[in-house]
Design a protein around this ligand. Structure first.
Ligand SMILES: Nc1ncnc2c1ncn2[C@@H]1O[C@H](COP(=O)(O)OP(=O)(O)O)[C@@H](O)[C@H]1O
Ligand SMILES: [Mg+2]
Length: 135
């Protein structure tokens, strides 16, 4: 997908998620694969009001979407193990009627809900303007 296609893809997912709450979407893939870019597009489709930034240092960013819907963006890159998830209120967060998007989901190990929509992004060899998405 081009950046434009990936953005369109994400916006459609965000729009769809409004009717499927609660929902967890996991985004796997290397650094630069487009996980945060896709998260932003999902947020736009979900009608998040404020801009969705990169949570690399914060672990969790919480946003409000139209009609008081909740949107959580988690980046687990920096956690050293699933035990650290207790600090961010993992259990209660997943129990909310919210859309939760998780970058680096592998870090959560067995704590990851098994009914998440799992998307993987990958670079396309020889073409840095495109990404492959599988789910
Ligand atoms: N087709 C594409 N899809 C997604 N990102 C792309 C694409 N082409 C170029 N990019 C660029 O690649 C970078 C992806 O960064 P980011 O979304 O932060 O990745 P990640 O969160 O996976 O580390 C961005 O700078 C984005 O503009
Ligand atoms: Mg990222």
């Amino acid at each position: 997908m081009t950046l434009e296609e990936l953005t369109f893809f994400g916006m459609n997912i965000g729009e769809m998620a409004k009717t499927l709450l609660p929902s967890v979407i996991t985004l796997a893939g290397d650094l630069g694969a487009g996980k945060t870019t896709l998260t932003r597009a999902i947020g736009r489709g979900f009608d998040v009001v404020e801009p969705v930034t990169s949570p690399t240092f914060a672990l969790v960013h919480e946003y409000t979407a139209r009609e008081h819907r909740r949107f959580y963006h988690l980046d687990l890159y920096r956690i050293r193990g699933p035990h650290e998830l207790a600090n961010i209120g993992w259990e209660s967060l997943l129990a909310e009627r919210a859309l939760v998007v998780i970058e680096w989901p592998d870090r959560a190990g067995a704590l990851l809900p098994d009914d998440a929509l799992a998307i993987t992004l990958a670079h396309v060899e020889g073409d840095d303007t495109r990404r492959r998405a599988t789910w």
